[in-house]
Ligand binder design. Structure first.
Ligand SMILES: [Zn+2]
Ligand SMILES: [Zn+2]
Length: 199
């Protein structure tokens, strides 16, 4: 399903990132640039201050990063991003793309089977594989993914020891919800953008 709200989400994320750049290089409480803003020597700072007032939650921050990861997707049918986190620290990220070294859907077209493109490795699977490549333990971690996992990815996620799945939009597979319930895996429907944002 095409997601027409994505541009506004990314725009909002971009603004957030601008805010962080600003914080890193020009912390107003240390440099006194607040005064300069008042005198008009630093136009635009006022708007950035207001972003500080709308600081995003940790959950929204990680979902925003998953949305950002999805922008690296190579399948035109669907862009999905995933971020694996423990103790507010990013352990791994992934997006849906071809087998390493193989041609992308964007170059040679999708490889269709039963109305699905099967050319790509899914975002969640790639995030798990990236953790494995770096020897990163995922027991007790959380995953943030822009669309709820397919059944295969769900099985991998659970067997990697991840106990909490936050997703942006629900995607197809009800079995994931049923098994999560049975297994005590937390499923959180976060949405793709903050309700208070400009979705
Ligand atoms: Zn494809
Ligand atoms: Zn999947």
């Amino acid at each position: 399903m095409p997601d027409i709200s994505r541009f506004s989400i990314l725009n909002s994320l971009h603004q957030s990132l601008r805010y962080f750049e600003f914080r890193i290089f020009l912390p107003p409480w240390e440099t006194g640039t607040g005064t300069e803003t008042e005198t008009g020597t630093d136009a635009g700072m006022g708007a950035l201050y207001s972003l500080a007032m709308n600081r995003v939650s940790w959950e929204r921050y990680f979902m925003n990063l998953a949305v950002q990861a999805a922008t690296r997707s190579t399948c035109p049918r669907k862009s999905v991003g995933a971020v694996i986190v423990r103790d507010k620290t990013i352990l791994s990220t992934g997006y849906n793309g071809s087998i390493r070294g193989a041609a992308h859907c964007t170059e040679v077209g999708c490889l269709m089977e039963n109305d699905h493109c099967i050319r790509t490795v899914h975002a969640e699977a790639n995030a798990l594989v990236q953790a494995a490549c770096h020897g990163t333990r995922l027991e007790g971690a959380q995953i943030f993914v822009t669309a709820s996992p397919c059944f295969n990815c769900f099985k991998l996620i659970v067997n990697a020891g991840i106990r909490s799945i936050s997703f942006g939009e629900f995607y197809r597979d009800e079995r994931v919800i049923q098994f999560a319930d049975e297994l005590g895996i937390e499923m959180i429907h976060l949405g793709l953008a903050d309700e208070t944002g400009d979705e």
